[in-house]
Design a protein around this ligand. Sequence first.
Ligand code: AMP
Length: 224
Amino acid sequence: MTVDIAIKEVEYNLKLVFLGPPGAGKGTQAAYIAEAGAIPTISTGAMLREAIANKTELGKLADSLISKGELVPDEVIIGVVKDRLKLDDCKNGYILDGFPRTVKQAEALDEMLPDAIDIALSLEVPDEDIIERLTGRRECEKCKATFHIKNNPSTKGDICDKCGGKLIQRADDSAETIKNRMSVYHAQTEPIKDYYKKLGKLVCVDGVGSVEQVRTALFKALGL
Ligand code: AMP
C-alpha cells in the first residue's frame, strides 16, 4: 500500500534515462518503473528491431549495423527519438532505454527539449558479468519481455510467462557481436555518464544481483 502511494507521486513527469552496458538489465528494470509511474519506455533498440521486422527504410539501414554491433548514425536515431517524444503518451514523462548512446545524442536531446531529463540512472555491471547475461538472454517475440535462462527464467521454458509468445535469442546476442558491442559501449556510450554527472543528474546503482534486488535498489535510489 505504501508503494501504491509513492507510485501516485511519480505518475506525472518523471523523465528518466537509463545508462549502462548492453545486458545490464535496463529493459527489465525500465518495465517496472514504467508500470509504477504510468509512463512509456522508449527503447530505440526495440524500435529499430521493429523497423527491421517491418522491412522499412530505417530497418534496412539498421539491419547490418545492428548485426555487427555498430551504432546507427546519430542523425538518424536523433530524428526517430524526436518524432517519438512528440507523441501524446510522453507528456507526463518517459523512460529512455538505449538512447542517448553517444554524447552527441545526449546534447541533441537537450537541444530538442528543455529539461529533457530529470535523472540519468546508470546500472553498473562489470564486463565479466555482461557476456554471461547476454548469451543467456531471451526475448519474447510478441510482447518483447526479457528473460534470462538462469537468472530470470520463464516458468514455462521457452514460452513467455506474460503473454504466451515464443522466447527467442536476439540476433546481436552472439558471442562475436557482444565483443564489439562492449567496445562500442566503452568508447562511445560510457562518456555520457560524465555528461550527466556535470549536470548533477547522474545516479549510479549497482546492477549486480537478482532482478528483485536491483529493482529494490533502483526504487530506493528514485525515492519510490
Ligand atoms: P539495444 O536493444 O539498446 O541493445 O540496441 C540494439 C542495437 O540497436 C545497438 O547495438 C545499436 O546497433 C542499435 N541502437 C539502439 N539504440 C541506438 C542509439 N541510440 N544510437 C545508435 N544505435 C542504436
